[in-house]
Design a binder for this molecule. Structure first.
Ligand SMILES: [Zn+2]
Length: 478
């Protein structure tokens, strides 16, 4: 357990603050999820690994974390991509959401408790917009609905920008809007694009409204942590604040805003035009998911991180050393006659390990600063390797083994090595797989009464299913 109080840097106040959730012991966290129109790349992976670290560390401190992440399954980019590929627009989010979930599972990212999709919340979105119109914050124009920024004087408080005519949101609709910086809540349907019925005619939701709607639906009108990549601060998160505070009249809508720095390649932002995007699957062809996870975890989340293959290679060495220490300590613990004598030297070693572990966690209490924590991990590993070899002792092996097990609660890269009984686990996975595939056959034959029964039965034992058109992914919830 860590005795230092957790501090987090809050983008809203620009300060490092003591963390105190609105409901003691219970943390509500919303993270902006992906727009699945292309492969999940390592920049996305960094963001979601960072929020996994945040969640795991809060859980380590004893908090219950209720974690919601949206899936933007309708968006300009999706429509554009479908046109490029010449497929039905629904096939695009279907395919890439599946890939995204596979990546989360491989990288051992704890699954959010709720992953709402926009297309399943159209009615909630319409209701939210209607309320904003009723309260005088939004107006209809040419079949679209816009948020009137001038009606919300606090606009700009997150990104520290002042309202100016220079900013233009959704430029193509300038003539429809009262001010160039007003932004769309509902977009009138264009010919050939997907649409839903609404009081303002056929159309679809703007991007920003979904997060205000889905976060409040699952977490209530005020919650603790809202996170995402740094590029979302403006205008996305700024717009989310305007929509939510306007509707609910609660300030601040979110207590702590956490933003992850950019992941760059040779100092440059990843972009299609530079052709330097690295998809996660490409890295996983060369490195274990544990190595990529540990690498992306190892920097301070608010700082930019420059991705290098050499960096990954160094992390691979560190990971192998970690495994070696776990195996080495396990071997001594399982030895028939390990030396049990607790000499003063061994006592000093035990002390040192306990202290390094404490320093590691204390660094995390300083705004989840992994860059500060990593040197303690390195030292712990080097020291353990040396001492396990030269002075094997039961007490020392036990200390090292439990220290790493504790560290792994946040690192999440050594699960396989701690939670043995691998064969049993493997067999269980195969059994679940068999049940899921039989259910799939029922689903395909549209025998939903049976397939729903199987889904519910699996849910009761902690197996959660994610249905896609032609297949089902599953995860075991802990
Ligand atoms: Zn969002």
């Amino acid at each position: 357990m860590c005795l230092v109080k957790l501090k987090v840097t809050n983008t809203l106040t620009g300060k490092k603050e003591y963390f105190e959730p609105l409901i003691p012991g219970f943390v509500r966290m919303y993270v902006c999820g992906p727009t699945p129109y292309d492969h999940t790349h390592i920049g996305h992976a960094r963001t979601y690994i960072v929020f996994d670290l945040v969640r795991r560390y809060l859980e380590y401190l004893g908090y219950t974390v209720f974690h919601v992440m949206n899936i933007t399954d309708i968006d300009d980019k999706i429509i554009r991509r479908a046109k490029e590929l010449g497929v039905d627009w629904r096939d695009v989010p279907e395919k890439y959401t599946r890939e995204f979930i596979d990546v989360l599972v491989k990288l051992n990212i704890k699954m959010p408790h709720v992953m709402p999709k926009v297309t399943e919340h159209i009615d909630d979105i319409i209701e939210f917009i209607q309320d904003l119109i009723r309260k005088g914050y939004a107006y209809e124009s040419h079949g679209s609905v816009y948020f009137e920024v001038d009606k919300f004087p606090e606009y700009g408080k997150l990104s520290k920008r002042r309202v100016s005519e220079e900013w233009r949101q959704e430029e193509e609709f300038l003539r429809e809007k009262k001010k160039p910086y007003d932004f769309a809540l509902w977009k009138k349907a264009k010919p050939g694009e997907p649409w839903w019925n609404s009081p303002w005619g056929p159309g679809r939701p703007g991007w920003h409204i979904e997060c205000s709607v889905m976060s409040s639906k699952y977490l209530g009108p005020q919650f603790d942590i809202h996170g995402g990549g740094q590029d979302l601060i403006f205008p996305h998160h700024e717009n989310e604040i305007a929509q939510s505070e306007a509707r609910f009249g609660i300030t601040p809508w979110v207590k702590y805003w956490l933003h992850v720095g950019y992941l760059t390649i040779k100092g440059e932002k990843m972009s299609k035009s530079l052709g330097n995007i690295i998809p996660v699957y490409e890295v996983l062809e060369k490195y274990k998911p544990e190595v990529l996870r540990l690498y992306l975890l190892s920097s301070y989340y608010r700082s930019p991180m420059d991705f290098t293959w050499e960096g990954l290679e160094h992390t691979k060495t560190l990971f192998n050393r970690l495994v070696k220490v776990v195996d080495g300590s396990k071997k001594i613990l399982l030895d028939e006659k390990p030396p049990h004598k607790l000499s003063s030297t061994i006592r000093a070693h035990v002390n040192k390990i306990v202290k390094l572990k404490r320093m590691f966690f204390e660094s995390l209490s300083d705004d989840f600063n992994m860059a500060k924590a990593m040197p303690y991990l390195h030292e712990l590993i080097s020291f353990s390797m040396k001492k396990l070899d030269s002075e094997p002792s039961y007490a020392l092996a036990l200390t090292i083994y439990s220290a790493l097990k504790e560290l792994n609660e946040v690192l999440g890269v050594l699960d396989k090595y701690f939670y043995g009984a691998k064969e049993v686990e493997e067999k269980l996975r195969r059994i679940v797989e068999a049940v899921v595939s039989v259910r799939h056959e029922f689903r395909m034959k549209k025998q939903y009464d049976v397939s729903d029964k199987i889904r519910d039965a699996l849910a009761k034992v902690g197996v959660k299913l994610y249905d896609f058109k032609d297949r089902t992914t599953w995860v075991i919830e802990y």
